[in-house]
Ligand binder design. Structure first.
Ligand code: ADP
Ligand code: MG
Length: 371
């Protein structure tokens, strides 16, 4: 299976209503051979255009519900079958990544993350009911950001954070953040409280830079543990709101947008190099050169990966949009093995054996950091 790449074009904002739309979608029909296409003019010659083919394209009027139902809901079933799922939003600042992943307050505006959790809890209840309680499902989560190649726990208040961030290490082929808080979370309401507080922690973080949130990657990791009399199966869903992909070195993109002195986000640069190396089948993939690429480990992690490419339709984003499209075009060629996390027999599961916690009270475990 390759990485699934879908594009989402956001509507014009109030202040853009008089602007030209230059990014257009061609939605699959029989005439087009059932392929979804994004079209954009050649910046050097408006009479010409480039087209990019994706697994699906969502136009300006696509709702949060449509995106979730078509792209994410089917993955939830796979999560409970033991597959890890990774969903990440990629795009220039202002193209709708946070809107897509987190969304707004109203029910209709809720993004991928709250809908994912709602769907997970619904499934938990169904499984517990269908098995008459013989299978217990525990949901726990961690939420952190990577800023300037440092990992900060978003469940910790900013003043408690170590300025140098948390270390990461490899654990049986998976990259883990050492010392990250993992919070058990049994209801959607509980999740919303945790998540909202963590997002406040994010915006008031230590560095207090203006453009902080557009320069940091936010990673929510939801761990689902299914416990039966004899087995324990763990799978994870990761939802990632990446830093803005704009190249701040560019001065001619347009004059309205602020030209910052900082160069392009280094981890996104490494990510682009990884994607390029993988798509060219090179032997050396520079994953280890940034924490974000180690954690995302595109093409190395097993399971299902979905990339949502967020696009703004207006000309002021022209060059950055084109470079996002080129990045996405290479990403869709990356192969991911669909390997399930095997259930583990309970006598081999250390935490249960050493703490003597039985399946029946597993939900009441105290907060504990991930080993
Ligand atoms: P990013 O996180 O990529 O920087 P945001 O999610 O903050 O971008 O979106 C930028 C602006 O566009 C916000 O005001 C957001 O509400 C709006 N927006 C983005 N996508 C949509 C959408 N699909 N429908 C309505 N408004 C959107
Ligand atoms: Mg954002």
């Amino acid at each position: 299976m390759s990485v699934r790449v879908v594009a989402r074009i956001r509507p014009l904002l109030k202040q853009e209503l008089d602007k030209d739309t230059i990014v257009t979608a061609e939605i699959p029909d029989e005439k087009s051979g059932n392929v979804a296409i994004v079209r954009i003019p050649n910046p050097k010659n408006d009479a010409e255009s480039f087209s990019f083919q994706f697994n699906s394209v969502y136009e300006q009027d696509a709702t949060q519900q449509q995106l979730f139902d078509s792209e994410v809901a089917p993955q939830v079933k796979q999560l409970f079958n033991g597959l890890d799922i990774t969903i990440f939003a990629y795009g220039v600042t202002g193209t709708g990544k946070t809107h897509t992943m987190r969304g707004g307050k109203s029910l209709a505006d809720r993004g991928v993350i709250p809908r994912l959790l709602s769907s997970i809890y619904r499934r938990c209840r169904k499984i517990e009911k269908d098995t008459a309680g013989a299978t217990e499902v525990e949901v726990a989560m961690s939420y952190y950001e990577i800023y300037n190649d440092r990992v900060y726990d978003l469940f910790e208040p900013p003043e408690k954070r170590t300025p140098s961030g948390l270390p990461i290490r490899d654990n049986n082929g998976k990259t883990v953040v050492v010392g990250l808080t993992e919070r058990p979370c049994t209801t959607l309401k509980e999740f919303e409280q945790l998540y909202d507080q963590a997002n406040i922690n994010r915006s008031t973080s230590a560095t207090k830079l203006n453009a902080h949130s557009s320069r940091s990657h936010a990673i929510l990791c939801v761990k689902v543990t299914q416990t039966t009399e004899t087995t324990v199966q763990v799978s994870r869903a990761s939802a990632i709101d990446l830093a803005g992909s704009e190249d701040n070195r560019r001065t001619d993109n347009n004059k309205e947008r602020l030209v910052e002195s900082a160069s392009i986000n280094k981890s996104l640069f490494v990510l682009a190099q990884c994607v390029e190396a993988i798509s060219k089948k090179q032997n050396r993939i520079p994953y280890r050169e940034s924490k974000m690429t180690r954690i995302l480990s595109l093409g190395q992690n097993n399971g299902i990966t979905l990339m949502i490419l967020n696009l703004a339709p207006v000309r002021s984003y022209h060059l950055d949009t084109l470079s996002s499209l080129n990045f996405a075009n290479r990403t869709k060629k990356i192969e991911v093995a669909e390997v399930e996390n095997e259930p583990v027999y309970r006598q081999f599961v250390k935490p249960l054996a050493t703490t003597g916690i039985s399946g029946a009270n597993i939900k009441r475990q105290p907060l504990r950091p991930i080993a």
